[in-house]
Design a protein around this ligand. Structure first.
Ligand SMILES: Nc1ncnc2c1ncn2[C@@H]1O[C@H](COP(=O)(O)OP(=O)(O)OP(=O)(O)O)[C@@H](O)[C@H]1O
Ligand SMILES: [Mg+2]
Length: 231
């Protein structure tokens, strides 16, 4: 029988982060307590510099808290070694960066295939799944193009396809519509709606009102502190 705690995907417990700049510690996240359960669509909001990207990087294991804990799928990420974290980032979490971060020397199809190749999937299965993701994200006409040949909206859709390649249960997207015009932004919102309907746990940092309307939980940061948290 499942209980409430079985559904917890992320717990932050008195989490703080400070960056060391020369002799001074600059606090960025301050005593964050947070619980996110499976299937929740969480919007992370707050002004520029409030710590959204820092928190997302800590949830993905890219960065570590200075004090306090972050548990993701019950694992304390700060205690894990690089092999565990690399595997965790490949299988458990899909990450869409604030600036798409595609590999410029790989085509669209190769960028999407990359996480599956890292897992050494059978090439036939990779090819089939890449094709499915290309269709899902409307990139059919772009499969053999390089990132520099794409619009911002197309690059962002490739970034989503790559993040979804290994079907992670948790998706993190850092301002996914921040650099897009309204039409391309709308496509990303539709993708997020579809992923929400599939039951993925999604954390999106955004200022976009329409994405905020999808939220089951809003986590607002103000100068590194949790300002409001509504369900
Ligand atoms: N590696 C770093 N070294 C020092 N300070 C950093 C580092 N990364 C971020 N910061 C500082 O931490 C604070 C929070 O940055 P962060 O990128 O998390 O904000 P954000 O809410 O994502 O902002 P934006 O909306 O502009 O993306 C900022 O003051 C930033 O200058
Ligand atoms: Mg940011």
């Amino acid at each position: 029988m499942s209980t409430e705690t079985d559904n917890i995907v992320i717990s932050a417990i008195s989490l703080s982060k400070a960056y060391q700049i020369e002799d001074t510690q600059v606090p960025v996240l301050k005593d964050i307590n947070l619980t996110i359960t499976a299937g929740q669509f969480v919007v992370l909001c707050g002004p520029s510099g409030s710590g959204k990207t820092t928190l997302i990087n800590i949830i993905s294991g890219i960065d570590k808290p200075t004090t306090g804990k972050i548990l993701v799928f019950k694992e304390d990420l700060a205690e894990q070694n690089e092999d565990f974290l690399a595997d965790f980032r490949c299988n458990q979490v899909g990450f869409v960066f604030q600036a798409y971060n595609l590999v410029s020397t790989l085509t669209v199809a190769e960028n999407i295939a990359f996480p599956m190749e890292w897992k050494r999937h059978n090439p036939k299965n990779i090819e089939k799944h890449v094709q499915e993701l290309i269709e899902k994200l409307g990139l059919e006409h772009r499969a053999n193009h390089f990132p520099a040949q794409l619009s911002g909206g197309e690059q962002q859709r490739v970034a989503f396809a790559r993040a979804l390649a290994n079907d992670p249960p948790l998706l993190l997207a850092d301002e996914p519509t921040g650099n897009l015009d309204a039409k391309n932004g709308q496509k990303i919102i539709e993708i997020l709606q579809g992923l929400k309907a599939e039951g993925k746990t999604i954390i999106v940092s955004t200022h976009d009102e329409e994405i905020m309307r999808l939220a089951d939980q809003k986590v607002c940061l103000d100068e590194g502190k949790l300002a409001t948290q509504n369900e």
